[in-house]
Design a protein around this ligand. Structure first.
Ligand SMILES: C[S@@+](CC[C@H](N)C(=O)[O-])C[C@H]1O[C@@H](n2cnc3c(N)ncnc32)[C@H](O)[C@@H]1O
Length: 250
């Protein structure tokens, strides 16, 4: 099985925004989340950190809202796309190519007002211990009164069986993207199957990588024991979303 980085480099990164149905919908949904929780920078250029930023579905709305955003990702292709999107909209986003767990430790003194780890990035980490350490580091790094925003797919609570494990993700006239999930005890092996139309016919390519079967209740407990107050905690259509606030004074 490929590592997460290998899988994005060889397979997923150039298709990521297309698979998501384009950038407009995800960006609008994230802006709605910011608005719903009245998240605005306390001053122009207050810091925000986007962990596993991808092509910028969260970074660009944060920059538009006036945050000084640092976007972290291990995919050079996706960070290049993010930077091009930001430049096209006359926005500035700093990028760091690297492992988000290491970056989280390095920026411990920067006190971001917002830390974001959304769109299933958490399940890309290797172990539950890494997730718990990351959440703990984020909680202690946030500025007092700051917010941590998380979303991830719940592969823990229920398990797809039989042909339900085949998920038609996206298609157009020239490409078909299908996902197949193979469940193990702690992880699910995600098979990304791409059919591409070529002059000689359809060509198939396949990439497989692991995702964590992360239990939302473990994440909830971890956020609470790190001293954060949950201001959103929901599970809709298999997607867990948490917004957690660090108290203004401890
Ligand atoms: C499913 S995408 C989510 C991207 C974006 N946040 C969104 O909502 O569309 C997961 C992203 O996390 C990145 N990623 C996964 N593990 C990482 C790690 N350990 N360090 C940095 N980036 C990572 C991947 O390269 C990918 O861009």
């Amino acid at each position: 099985m490929a590592s997460v980085k290998e899988h994005y480099d060889s397979h997923l990164a150039p298709l990521y925004t297309w698979i998501s149905g384009g950038a407009a919908g995800p960006r609008a949904r994230f802006s709605e989340l910011l608005n719903a929780h009245h998240l605005v920078p306390s001053r122009p250029g207050a810091p925000a950190l986007d962990l596993g930023a991808g092509s910028g579905f969260q970074s660009l709305p944060l920059a538009s809202a006036g945050y000084a955003v640092t976007a972290v990702d291990l995919s050079e292709t996706l960070l290049a796309e993010l930077s091009a999107n930001a430049a096209a909209e006359h926005l500035t986003v700093s990028t760091i190519l690297g492992d988000l767990c290491a970056v989280m430790r390095d920026v411990a003194s920067s006190a971001p007002e917002v830390i974001v780890c959304m769109g299933d990035t958490l399940t890309h980490l290797d172990t539950l211990t890494q997730v718990e350490q990351l959440l703990h580091d984020a909680a202690t790094t946030l500025a007092p009164g700051g917010h941590l925003l998380i979303s991830f797919r719940d592969y823990h609570t229920s398990r797809r069986e039989g042909s339900d494990r085949f998920i038609p993700v996206r298609s157009d006239d020239n490409r078909i993207f299908t996902c197949f999930l193979d469940y193990a005890e702690t992880h699910v092996a995600v098979h990304d199957i791409v059919h591409t139309r070529e002059t000689t016919g359809w060509k198939m390519s396949l990439g497989v990588y692991p995702k964590l079967r992360l239990d939302p209740s473990r994440v909830r407990t971890c956020l609470q024991s790190a001293g954060l107050k949950l201001v959103r905690d929901d599970l809709q259509a298999g997607l867990a979303t948490f917004v957690a606030r660090r108290p203004a004074a401890r």
